[in-house]
Design a binder for this molecule. Structure first.
Ligand code: PMP
Length: 383
């Protein structure tokens, strides 16, 4: 059996691998509490379910749309961009994809050649690095500071592409307008293209989401902005997102997407239109805020963890360096001894931290899991 060198040297994504492990343990009857990823306990919004139910009632089960997505769908997404993101985009500057992941893969593929360098701030969503490596690119990992300043940016050697994740998984950082302006000045000076992943745009607790493309001439700079229904509307399994990009890039992404998946599923395209018309998911955000505050409060008296309250997103990013225990060992032993899965920071490029997804279970299970983490760490620390 020949497995290509290209893939043989790659590993499954740490996040999906951990999720798979949890599922396997659960199938063996182990009651694992899974904080390793964030799968919302909310259903998709009512209008999404209605839109799909209506299409089924009317037997509108269209086999394929054009690869970039149905025109009507892109018209609606263009209206969403104007209304919510203050971006004017034509329908041929939008491509509907099977989630943000496919958009990321395609954007990177068409903007780079093997051997090119891609700047990724860390901690990072593992897919940025895994996708870069699959394509023979060199990810340049740069520690994300609390505040992006021109002086900080000047220390980084430019690359072919810069990837920004705003709002940021896992820290919850919401980039300010000023930070984005500093980044814009830097990429304009250095000629870098930019991929901005705004998949968490609606999950903001504090601050304001500013789209990078709204601040600049994105066609000229070469900016691809990625959106997803997964996190904003609890639609992870619907596999739908979209990218906004200059027409040449959309055309190139289409050339790549055609032979792989063709269009995103039509039902999911309809669902995306209904979802993105919902705007900010108010009820869901009130629930997430309540959970975030409960968990941060529970950790606040624990001497071996620093848990800041995130400004956005479904994760908590805990600094456990005071525990003097390797974070991979921590995650492995916690899973074995206490049946709680967390993501070690190592998988996101920064050892000494753990990431906790806090939106999946009912609140009693969430707090039971938090209690088990605290008891596990306390026992190790002898407190
Ligand atoms: N971007 C980031 C940074 C994410 O963490 C996630 C969810 N894990 C996504 C995008 C969503 O990806 P998809 O649309 O492929 O589900």
């Amino acid at each position: 059996m020949n497995i290509s060198a290209r893939i043989a040297s790659s590993r499954p994504l740490a996040t999906t691998a951990m999720h798979g492990r949890v599922e396997a343990l659960r199938n063996q009857g182990e009651p694992v509490i899974d904080f390793s990823i964030a799968i919302s306990h909310f259903p998709a919004p009512g209008p999404v379910l209605d839109a799909v139910a209506t299409a089924i009632d009317q037997q509108r089960t269209m086999p394929y749309t054009s690869v970039v997505g149905a025109l009507k769908v892109r018209e609606n997404l263009s209206a969403k961009l104007r209304l919510e993101n203050h971006i004017d985009a034509d329908t041929d500057e939008i491509i509907v994809t099977n989630g943000a992941k496919q958009a990321l893969y395609e954007a990177l593929y068409v903007m780079t050649d093997p051997g090119d360098r891609v700047i990724v701030f860390q901690p990072h969503w593992p897919a940025y690095v895994a996708t870069s490596r699959l394509m023979g690119l060199t990810p340049i990992l740069v520690d994300l500071p609390d505040e992006i300043t021109p002086a900080f940016l000047d220390t980084i050697e430019p690359a072919k592409v810069l990837i920004i994740n705003n709002p940021h998984n896992p820290t919850g950082k919401v980039y300010t307008r000023q930070e984005l302006e500093h980044i814009l000045a830097w990429v304009e000076r250095t000629g870098m293209q930019v991929i901005v992943d705004e998949s968490y745009e609606h999950l903001i607790f504090e601050g304001e989401h500013v789209s990078f493309a709204a601040l600049c001439d994105w066609r000229k700079v070469g900016v691809v902005t990625i959106f997803s229904a997964s996190q904003s509307y609890a639609m992870m399994g619907w596999r739908v997102g979209f990218a906004l990009a200059p027409k040449e890039i959309v055309n190139a992404m289409q050339t790549l997407q055609g032979p792989i998946t063709a269009a995103a599923p039509y039902m999911s395209q309809l669902a995306a239109v209904a979802a993105f018309a919902c705007g900010t998911p108010g009820e869901m955000m009130a629930d997430y805020r309540m959970r975030r505050d409960l968990v941060v409060q529970a950790f606040s008296e624990v001497p071996w963890i620093i848990m800041h309250s995130p400004a956005s997103g479904p994760y908590l990013w805990g600094d456990i360096r005071a525990l003097t225990m390797d974070s991979v060992d921590f995650s492995e032993e916690l899973l074995g001894a206490s049946q709680v899965a967390v993501m070690p920071g190592d998988a996101l490029g920064v050892p000494g931290f753990i990431r906790i997804g806090y939106i999946s279970d009912d609140v009693a299970t969430l707090m039971d899991g938090v209690r088990r983490i605290i008891e596990f760490g306390n026992a190790y620390k002898g407190v």
